[in-house]
Design a protein around this ligand. Structure first.
Ligand SMILES: Cc1cc2nc3c(=O)[nH]c(=O)nc-3n(C[C@H](O)[C@H](O)[C@H](O)COP(=O)(O)OP(=O)(O)OC[C@H]3O[C@@H](n4cnc5c(N)ncnc54)[C@H](O)[C@@H]3O)c2cc1C
Length: 492
């Protein structure tokens, strides 16, 4: 039988995962990427001896990466070396009020016990539930293509869903176990990765606390982009042909079937199957004729997007003190910032921010004696983004960073690049300049997410952080796997 040709759009985690699964299942695969390097939101850039990861910096859920590579009889260690961080991260509540989260569970429990007597025992109960949710959630639920309710009708699964706290908010759930505001903020932090506040995220996602506390925070030596490098090597080993600077302008459809892709260069590439790993909205509204779109502009406008971000990539010509690898600046109240992201979108008056200094762990990402610093302020999508505003926020967070860590940083910055909404749009066609895709609210979970299959085009599928299972690196890897399985089932 003639080998079928699959074309995958986008070399992010989801596109690379889908392409590699297809190639390993006897498809000839071409992957088209608009940028000149792979990784999408997890690209890197190098300058003046610094290597900056452009997006993700937290390596959580190591078992998901193990599983990904094991599909191809490989393991992460074949491609990159992992280091477990200790402390996992630091939470800065104020100048002299900092928690360094130990990697060791007993030390972590002692720390909680000092803040709130009885919290260690409560943590055991909280984690026992979180573990169960993680096992069922990550190893079963997230792998459902979510195309039909029938997928969820087995009795065991229904019982599982009830035990998974799908209908209770994370905020309510955490408060059943802990009273201290400090511990509550700590326990609510991981769900910020899911693009909403704890009030609007189902308590199912306390599975993220299990990932954080029990499975740990890891770092691939050389940076997060080493994962992408490994995935590209593996994809090419399996026969995927990756083409860079190959932006798709149209998916050409005839009689309900995608037949070819037209690049902006005018070149046409024939396809028996198309999997789009570029941002869903861009593909659905701009790459296919709107008569074949799954969803209208009104539908998209009503989705709750995960936040965008203002980022600064900084090269600092000295080593910094009082900073760990991951530092969460929670020295301002979350409420007004969350309001500025989710309820009344605006630039926040006093933003929380995150500082990542990977050169604390790994001197290969900065010249000897220097620091690689990445600052991130989560923001509402679709804000007016100007150089002047970016500078204002740079000043604001630098003041706090310098004051809290007790040192002059600004005058030691020898490289600086900012990145926000306009860049997300230009680089990834990101809808409203989103950074992390679609939020994992209850109304945007499983069957209620944009479908991974086009309803009107028999051989067009979608993958990535705007479809199932959701935002983040591990879910994007899983998304590629799930969509490839569906596409293979329908097209073999
Ligand atoms: C600043 C930031 C920090 C983050 N931090 C973390 C973290 O610490 N941990 C974590 O797990 N997750 C994190 N995330 C989320 C995570 O990075 C994403 O969920 C994940 O990388 C999304 O992968 P994807 O494959 O869905 O999309 P993308 O990575 O965006 O890939 C889509 C690709 O499609 C390409 N493309 C778009 N249009 C076209 C076209 N017309 N033709 C050809 N190609 C096209 C794009 O160039 C891009 O390469 C972070 C994200 C950001 C932005």
């Amino acid at each position: 039988m003639k080998q079928k040709h699959a074309v995958v759009i986008g070399s992010g985690f989801a596109g690379l995962s889908a392409a590699t699964h297809l190639a390993a299942n006897n498809f000839s695969v071409t992957l088209l990427e608009k940028n000149d390097s792979p990784g999408g939101r997890s690209r890197k850039f190098e300058t003046e001896g610094f290597t900056f990861d452009m997006g993700p910096s937290w390596y959580w859920m190591p078992d998901v990466f193990e599983e990904y590579f094991s599909h191809f009889d490989k393991k992460p260690a074949d491609y990159y070396d992992l280091i477990r961080l200790d402390p996992s991260y630091s939470v800065i509540y104020g100048q002299d009020d900092i928690l360094n989260i130990p990697a060791n569970l007993d030390e972590f429990k002692s720390m909680l016990e000092q803040i709130e007597p009885g919290a260690a025992e409560q943590l055991d109960k909280f984690l026992a539930q979180a573990k169960y949710k993680y096992q069922v959630g990550i190893h079963d639920l997230v792998k459902k293509p979510s195309r039909s309710l029938l997928e969820f009708t087995s009795l065991t699964l229904l019982k599982d869903v009830m035990r998974m706290d799908v209908f209770q908010s994370m905020a309510t759930h955490v408060r059943k176990f802990f009273k201290s505001e400090k511990i509550i903020r700590l326990m609510e932090f991981p769900v910020l990765f899911l693009g909403e506040t704890a009030e609007n995220i189902p308590a199912l996602y306390s599975l993220m606390n299990y990932a954080d506390i029990a499975l740990g925070t890891w770092y691939p030596k050389g940076g997060m982009h080493e994962i992408i490098k490994g995935m590209v090597t593996l994809a090419e080993e399996k026969g995927v042909k990756i083409r860079y600077n190959a932006e798709v302008e149209e998916i050409e459809i005839e009689r309900g079937e995608a037949r070819s892709l037209r690049l902006i260069s005018g070149e046409r590439i024939k396809a028996d199957l198309v999997i789009a790993g570029a941002d869903y909205h861009h593909v659905d509204r701009h790459l296919v004729n709107p008569k074949y779109s799954n969803y209208s502009e009104e539908y998209w406008d009503k989705r709750v997007l995960a936040p965008s971000s203002l980022l600064f990539y900084l090269g600092v010509d000295k080593k910094l003190k009082n900073l760990h690898h991951h530092n969460l600046f929670f020295d301002e109240p979350l409420g007004p910032h969350a309001d500025a992201i989710y309820t009344n979108p605006r630039w926040p008056e006093a933003p929380l921010f995150y500082a990542c200094a990977p050169s604390v762990t790994d001197q290969t990402v900065a010249p000897e004696g220097m620091e690689n610093l990445f600052l991130l302020v989560p923001l509402a999508p679709d804000l007016e983004d100007s150089e002047e505003t970016r500078e204002k926020y740079y000043g604001m967070i630098m003041d706090r960073l310098e004051k809290i860590t007790g040192q002059d940083i600004r005058s030691h910055v020898i490289f600086k690049r900012s990145y926000a909404h306009a860049d997300f749009k230009a680089d990834y066609h990101a809808y409203k300049g989103n950074a992390y895709g679609l939020a994992n609210t209850l109304k945007q979970t499983a069957l209620l997410k944009p479908s991974l299959k086009n309803n009107k085009v028999s051989n067009l599928f979608y993958t990535g952080q705007l479809t199932v299972p959701g935002p983040g690196v591990p879910p994007s890897l899983i998304s590629g796997y799930v969509v490839a399985k569906e596409a293979i089932r329908e097209n073999s």
